[in-house]
Design a protein around this ligand. Structure first.
Ligand SMILES: Nc1ncnc2c1ncn2[C@@H]1O[C@H](COP(=O)(O)OP(=O)(O)O)[C@@H](O)[C@H]1O
Ligand SMILES: [Mg+2]
Length: 377
């Protein structure tokens, strides 16, 4: 005899359906409007967050599959609707933890998200490549990772992560698109292709602030910021908005020799941010015979690390050396970071190791002004 399904059993089953963007069960975020039974037919009312919800097919597919798993359900009928303004408002408040106004969740007490700002003295050293690869590697290791492309004028994260979609809007809240399991937001998702961004200081500050406060990042283990080169307005805004962000300095042996890398790190003296370490990129080119050709010079990363250590008075380690690798460039251009596209390549291995080191660190108190003097016991 086939057991009788009940609406409660179906609701329980629907609690296993996770909204891919919000990453919470659809039953918890008010998406399940109704569950009725018409004999062996489950009639399920689903309210999407927005009319054009890009996840619509995935959600309906998952709902159907979950309901079908309930014994005795022979057929599933889904009646799609859209949340009302009030429902959306409620959802926004719920996602913000009951706070009516947007806040930067990463600066809230108790936030466990480690924030790393990837910085460099000049452009073209591989900051964005490193950011995209660290993010992809950490996500592949099971961490919940977000990337904020703070390089407003020279954004390249959408291309490197292969994001083509736009953030989904719930009124003034944005749900970041996922790429390789990484949540990413970039100004490049908002400006028409080929059009330059011509903003100045206050607009830039506001843009970064919105990316931090208006984007629903959810629970993140790690947020990576791809900073623009140098120590301009954006670097200062980010430091103001995220005082506990820790800086990872990327350098090539060549720019290390020219002393430009230190400037990016030395900004930390003014912002009292912590510099976690130095990444030397384009460290050498492996020859067909296995030998290493130091195209841009040697020892630059270690030099920058030791100079920063003495300027800042803390231990700034060399986190790793990434070789030049044509596959790293190609993978970036194709939108799949080399750690995923060519995981066995030496460049991928080096990046994965750095990702593991950074991913394993606990969120520290370093760089945050606590207003108390620590007492040693
Ligand atoms: N290790 C590497 N091997 C080969 N090409 C690299 C490597 N790192 C970066 N690149 C390439 O160098 C160029 C500049 O890198 P990018 O990450 O955009 O630098 P930045 O963000 O610092 O301006 C890109 O075309 C990128 O693909
Ligand atoms: Mg860049």
């Amino acid at each position: 005899m086939v057991p009788m399904p009940t609406a409660d059993l179906i609701r329980d089953a629907l609690a296993t359906v996770i909204d891919p963007e919000i990453r919470r069960p659809i039953t918890e975020i008010g998406m399940v409007r109704s569950v009725d039974l018409d004999g062996a037919v489950a009639v399920i009312g689903i309210d999407l967050t927005t009319q054009g919800c890009p996840m619509r097919d995935r959600i309906t597919g998952d709902v159907e599959a979950a309901a079908r798993r309930v014994e005795g359900v022979a057929e599933v009928r889904i009646e799609l609707g859209v949340m009302s303004d009030e429902q959306r408002q409620g959802l926004r408040a719920q996602l913000r933890g009951g706070k009516p106004e947007p806040v930067i969740q990463f600066t809230q007490p108790g936030s466990m998200t480690r924030v790393y700002a990837i910085a460099s003295g000049k452009g073209g050293v591989g900051k964005s490549t490193v950011t995209a690869n660290l993010a992809a590697a950490m996500a592949a290791d099971g961490l919940k990772v977000g990337v904020l492309d703070a390089d407003i004028f020279g954004f390249s994260i959408p291309g490197m992560l292969g994001v083509t979609g736009q953030p989904t809007r719930i009124d003034d809240m944005l749900l970041p698109p996922l790429a390789h399991d990484v949540k990413a937001v970039s100004i490049g998702m908002f400006v028409p292709e080929g059009q330059p961004v011509v903003w100045r200081g206050p607009m830039l500050h506001r843009a970064i602030e919105q990316f931090l406060a208006d984007v629903f990042w959810g629970d993140l283990d790690v947020l990576l910021l791809d900073l623009p080169p140098g120590t301009g307005d954006i670097a200062i805004s980010t430091a103001q908005l995220l005082p506990h962000a820790e800086i990872v300095v990327v350098t090539t042996p060549q720019s290390a020799a020219a002393g430009v890398a230190e400037r990016a790190g030395a900004i930390a003296t003014q912002t009292s941010q912590n510099v976690v370490g130095v990444v030397e990129n384009m460290a050498w080119l492996e020859q067909p015979d296995g030998s290493r050709l130091p195209l841009f010079g040697e020892g630059g990363g270690a030099t920058v690390a030791s100079r920063l250590s003495s300027v800042l008075g803390t231990d700034v380690p060399l986190l790793g050396q990434i070789p030049l690798d044509i596959r790293a460039r190609e993978a970036g251009d194709a939108g799949t970071p080399v750690v995923l596209a060519e995981p066995g390549s030496p460049a991928a291995e080096a990046m994965r190791e750095i990702a593991r080191a950074l991913g394993a660190r606990r969120r520290g108190l370093a760089g945050r002004s606590l207003g108390v003097t620590p007492v040693r016991r």
